[in-house]
Design a protein around this ligand. Structure first.
Ligand code: PAF
Length: 282
């Protein structure tokens, strides 16, 4: 496995990787790799001849009071995990190499970002889209893989690729869960043991909405009520949002008549966790 710390090094490694016409899949990450990331790497491996993983804790997607400095950095373990998964190139730039001191050009979404996490984290998706566009320009992958846990991010990236005619195919990687249903996330390590036990409430809230929906309940307010009730049973959980929106437009719906995204965000003391499920009418 090659490791590049600069854009020039990455570009020259990529020229070699592609020399014999091999296709390239990119898995963008912020490191602290876990089973969820490894599942994306495995999908990437099936989709292309060579896999590139980027590891960059992107400062522009963190708000001023968010966890940028506390975000877990586990380079040694990440390196070993990428090696074991057959990654061809690990691109691990630092912030000074990714953003010039007078960087002033951003990709700003004009829709899909006003709701859900976009409403709670102003500027977050501008940072995400900007860094993902930069990574696409640096790596020029044939395929890029993103996890479905970050449902809004995934839809915004798909929209950016469509709107800006970026020649990359986006693959969606299913959510990977712990045995009790908690979606695996780098931020789960912020949870105390009590909070960890309670954190299953996100998945259970979504499951209760899904069970009611499958039982014939289509009214969004009723389904949202079920989700909120389940979260309120967890003493350390503070609900950020529990929403059900049109899966394609992320706009509010009153009844589920087209595929809908049930999405939830909950804060524990140090961790803000998200999860989602798509509810598809028959
Ligand atoms: O999902 C993430 O880990 C990040 O938002 C991403 C896509 C790597 C951009 O920094």
């Amino acid at each position: 496995m090659r490791i590049s710390y600069t854009i020039d090094e990455a570009r020259s490694a990529l020229r070699e990787l592609r020399a014999d016409g091999r296709s390239v899949a990119l898995v963008p990450t912020m490191g602290a790799l876990h089973e969820g990331h490894l599942s994306l790497i495995r999908l990437a491996r099936e989709a292309a001849d060579a896999v590139v993983v980027s590891l960059f804790v992107n400062p522009t997607q963190f708000g001023p009071t968010e966890d940028f400095s506390a975000y877990p950095r586990t380079m040694e373990q990440d390196l070993a995990a990428c090696e074991a998964e057959g990654v061809s190139l690990l691109f691990a730039p630092d912030a000074a190499r990714m953003y010039a001191p007078d960087h002033s050009t951003y990709v700003t979404p004009e829709s899909l970002d006003q709701v859900l996490c976009g409403a709670s984290r102003p500027g977050h998706f501008r940072g995400v889209l900007t860094v993902v566009a930069k990574l696409f320009n640096i790596v020029q992958p044939d395929v890029a893989v993103f996890g479905e846990k970050d449902a809004q991010q995934l839809r915004l990236i798909e929209r950016m690729v469509r709107d800006l005619d970026i020649p990359v195919q986006i693959l969606r990687g299913p959510i990977v869960r712990e045995a009790d249903g908690l979606a695996i996330s780098s931020r789960n390590r912020y949870l105390s043991s009590e909070e960890r036990a309670e954190a299953v409430c996100l998945h259970q809230a979504l499951e209760s909405a899904q069970a009611a929906f499958r039982g014939g309940e289509q009214h969004v307010e009723t389904l949202k009520g079920l989700m909120m009730n389940r979260i309120s049973e967890a003493p350390h959980a503070e609900l950020d949002y529990a929403e059900i929106v049109d899966d394609a437009t992320l706009q509010p719906v009153r009844r589920i008549e087209v595929p809908a995204l049930a999405a939830i965000a909950v804060r524990f003391s140090r961790a803000r966790l998200i999860d989602n499920m798509v509810l598809v009418p028959d």
